[in-house]
Write a protein that binds this ligand. Structure first.
Ligand code: PFF
Length: 455
């Protein structure tokens, strides 16, 4: 697997495998941790609405564009741009994607470590009978310590390295195909539990009854950033996975399925969390700590709370794992194909550096909590720089590359499987989105949200 031209280059073997892997990348802490906390902080249903618009109008076209670039080139994220535009600096878009993968992993593995440890803690009854003051204490003690979070972060890295070393088919495809159904079942059980609580309806209203006055420029940027982060786009993860998609697969349909199923998982996570939060009189705007302070306290107040809590963190751990696998695959595919490293060496090097620099994010809640750059801790800086800056910028470049450099004829040829699929009208519409609507919309939202330009 050392050369991108090798006939033995691995790939996903079935339509279901393609869906499982790409959906496994999209579904993650984004659904269970970021979506509820951002929804709670940005006013509930209005944010959800803006988010869904961002997914449909911007996220979906960008995802299809990445699939097109990846499969057309049959190469990793940097190699793909080099192959399709050999003389131009477009490959820097791919390089930015590899950088973004590292930035995300620095903090994502930290939070995933919290989740793993919480699944373990819940299983061993650490939260039994704890109220929200006690769960807040447990959380601040945990993230304020040094050894625990670091050890869990490294355990996470070892787990995903094992999957990545096993390869695209035997590792990624098999793992996600097994884990995703388990995740759905666990989530549905938690939903039924939360929705049958007395007073649960307030949480449903909070998620679905918008107050339009809450829609402001920073809210729209947050929703757009979340759409990129959620769908794993703007940085070449879907380009890399696109390169593993077989020539006969229907990529636009797969993208629609991923966007819809992923949004459904976010809403289901919201429906497991907010009704319970309201039913027990907690505040929905606790932010990132919602998952770690509010949820254990909320679950404690219900019958069989410990069982549901364990299930909930287990499902969060499963979701996080599928997403991190795809993040690690980006540099691994790059190093094996462009630099001819072995898969083993590429994985150890990438995961190793994520583990080393990731320490900065992990210590942001303890030893380095006072240390800020641009007013942000390392953790917040990695998060903001990736989701709200690099991914949208990457998204603009991907739209422009697909829409203008590859152009309508190539887009239609590749995404219709050389005319075999009857989707040309949709693809013409897609081309317009990629050439004009998506890049302009992303740019406006980005500049506006960053306060560089006001409409
Ligand atoms: N989509 C993942 C989530 O929502 O948790 C996070 C993610 C995975 C972002 C892969 C970017 C990426 F390339």
């Amino acid at each position: 697997m050392s050369s991108s031209n090798a006939p033995t280059r691995e790939g996903f073997t079935t339509t279901l495998g393609v869906l499982a892997a790409t959906l496994g990348s999209a579904v993650g802490l984004g659904n269970i941790w970021k979506f509820p906390s951002l929804t709670g902080q940005n006013g509930g249903a209005a944010f959800v609405l803006v988010y869904i618009v961002c997914v449909a109008l911007i996220g979906l076209p960008v995802m299809i564009a990445e699939f097109i670039i990846g499969r057309r080139a049959n190469a990793n994220n940097v190699g793909a741009f080099k192959k399709l535009a050999p003389t131009k600096p477009w490959y820097l878009t791919g390089v930015a994607g590899v950088v973004a993968a590292f930035l995300i992993m620095f903090f994502y593995t930290d939070v995933a470590g919290w989740v793993y440890s919480y699944a373990f803690k819940a299983l061993t009854g650490a939260f039994a009978n704890a109220d929200s003051t006690q769960t807040a204490d447990i959380f601040s003690q945990y993230i304020g310590s040094v050894a625990g979070p670091l050890v869990w972060q490294w355990i996470v890295l070892v787990v995903i390295s094992v999957v990545i070393i096993a390869g695209v088919t035997k590792g990624i495809e098999r793992m996600t195909k097994t884990l995703l159904p388990i995740l759905f079942v666990l989530l549905l059980i938690c939903d039924v539990r939360a929705l049958t609580l007395p007073g649960a309806f307030a949480g449903v209203e909070y998620l679905f009854k918008p107050d339009f006055a809450k829609i402001t420029a920073p809210v729209i940027l947050a929703a757009l950033g979340l759409a990129f982060f959620k769908l794993s786009i703007g940085m070449g993860t879907m380009t890399t996975y696109g390169s593993y998609i077989g020539k006969r697969e229907n990529m636009p349909v797969n993208a629609v399925r991923v966007a819809m199923a992923d949004t459904l998982v976010s809403l289901l996570a919201g429906l497991a969390i907010f009704p319970a939060v309201f039913a027990f009189g907690f505040q929905p705007d606790a932010g990132p700590s919602l998952l770690f302070i509010t949820i254990p306290a909320v679950f404690n107040t219900m019958p069989f709370g410990q069982v549901f809590l364990t299930m909930f963190f287990l499902l969060a751990a499963i979701a996080a794992t599928g997403a991190m696998i795809s993040l690690l695959e980006v540099p691994v595919a790059y190093l094996t194909e462009e630099k001819k490293w072995s898969r083993f060496a590429a994985t150890i090097f990438s995961a190793g550096s994520m583990g080393v620099v990731g320490v900065l994010a992990t210590l942001s809640t303890s030893t380095l909590s006072e240390f800020t750059v641009f007013g942000k801790t390392f953790f917040d800086l990695f998060d903001f720089a990736s989701s709200n800056v690099l991914l949208p910028v990457g998204g603009i470049l991907i739209c422009l590359f697909a829409g203008w450099k590859l152009g309508p004829a190539t887009i239609i040829d590749e995404a219709s499987n050389q005319g075999a699929l009857n989707n040309q009208v949709f693809l013409k519409f897609l081309t317009i989105m990629l050439r004009w609507v998506a890049p302009i919309a992303i740019l406006l939202v980005l500049l506006n949200g960053l306060g560089i330009f006001k409409v």
